[in-house]
Design a protein around this ligand. Structure first.
Ligand code: ATP
Length: 320
């Protein structure tokens, strides 16, 4: 029976992580479990920075971006010795269940702790939406909204100056932010790692638009699909398109979670506590068809999440 549980956030921070931590803490206290916060991710676990959490510890954080528990990369967790030290730190406090909010790398750390007899549950917290088995990750919706807001501002300038704007957004292996934001903003072109692209064709498309009287174009590029500056230079070379490049960078990771993310994170955090109470381990919480369900943790390691080709084709059809 798990009666002391801990929560940590790991990997890149994502808006909504705080809402998830709050839900874990309050749901645990509601069920009369002792709950602890591990600060600075696995690095803090190595250093035994573990504090008992009370109701008030998580007051006033549901709407804040970042993570109150802080996050860190921790190379020691990749070693057997580091993993044993982390497990021992939890045991020292009598903690037998751990909720890890993070990406698939963080899940691997959790899996290593499970080999030391701890019960672990993963909660998908990453803006990239790149975890297999869940339709959504915490922070993705906020990041998409941040991109849409920024691009609407750029669009005003783009149309006043009659040029193309190339906007680079986050997404190393997964173009979901670019795709969803591009569809939401009505971008002329979306360049993502999942689909090969031809700059010649893109240049011709922009020129066709200009001929039709279009006074601007928005091109959204996921960072993993190519360097936005190089793409801009090539488009100029190939088609004489004048462009400005904006790299949105870390603003996409910040800000208050959207309502959708705060609610998702809250439901996921609570589900993780229920899972531990029911004796589950090595599972991840997942959003699936409007429900929050449990999935085997190792599903997240299996392969990349399927790419929504239909959404990509729709964006392409609408941006003729
Ligand atoms: P994101 O990609 O969104 O930043 P992530 O959780 O995938 O999130 P990583 O940097 O890959 O981020 O992993 C976070 C931490 O998890 C690492 O710093 C490390 O401590 C731990 N970790 C990663 N991979 C492993 C592994 N194979 N075994 C044990 N621990 C790991």
């Amino acid at each position: 029976m798990v009666n002391k549980i801990a929560v940590l956030t790991s990997g890149g921070d994502a808006p909504g992580m705080n809402a998830a931590v709050r839900a874990v803490v309050r749901k645990s206290i509601f069920h009369e479990l002792e709950v602890y916060g591990v600060y600075h991710g696995y690095d803090g676990l190595q250093r035994n920075i573990i504090r008992r959490m009370e109701l008030g510890s998580v007051a006033d954080i549901i709407h804040r971006g970042g993570t109150m528990l802080q996050t860190a990369r921790c190379l020691a967790m990749l070693t057997g010795e580091g993993q044993a030290r982390a497990a021992a730190a939890l045991r020292e406090h009598g903690i037998s269940g751990l909720v890890v909010v993070g990406g698939d790398g963080s899940y691997r750390g959790a899996q290593a702790l499970a080999r030391h007899g701890l019960r672990v549950v993963g909660v998908p917290g990453t803006i990239d939406n790149d975890i297999l088995g869940t339709e959504l990750t915490i922070g993705f919706d906020t990041a998409v909204n941040t991109v849409i807001e920024a691009v609407s501002k750029l669009r005003d300038t783009a149309s006043s100056h009659e040029r193309a704007f190339i906007v680079e957004v986050m997404g190393r292996n997964c173009g979901d932010i670019a795709l969803r934001a591009g569809l939401g903003i009505g971008a002329e072109t979306i360049i993502i790692p999942e689909v090969p692209y031809d700059l010649d064709e893109i240049g011709q498309k922009i020129l066709r638009g200009v001929k039709r009287g279009k006074n601007h174009s928005i091109i959204i590029v996921a960072e993993g699909a190519g360097d936005a500056r190089e793409i801009g230079a090539r488009l100029h070379e190939i088609a004489g398109v004048e462009s400005r490049v904006t790299i949105l960078g870390h603003v996409q990771r910040g800000g208050s979670p959207t309502a959708a993310d705060a609610v998702l994170a809250t439901r996921m955090g609570a589900k993780a506590v229920e899972a531990l109470m029911n004796g589950e381990s090595e599972v991840m919480v997942a959003a699936w068809h409007n429900d929050i369900i449990l999935r085997p943790l190792d599903l997240a390691f299996a392969e990349r999440p399927p790419f929504d080709r239909g959404m990509y084709d729709l964006a392409d059809q609408l941006a003729i």
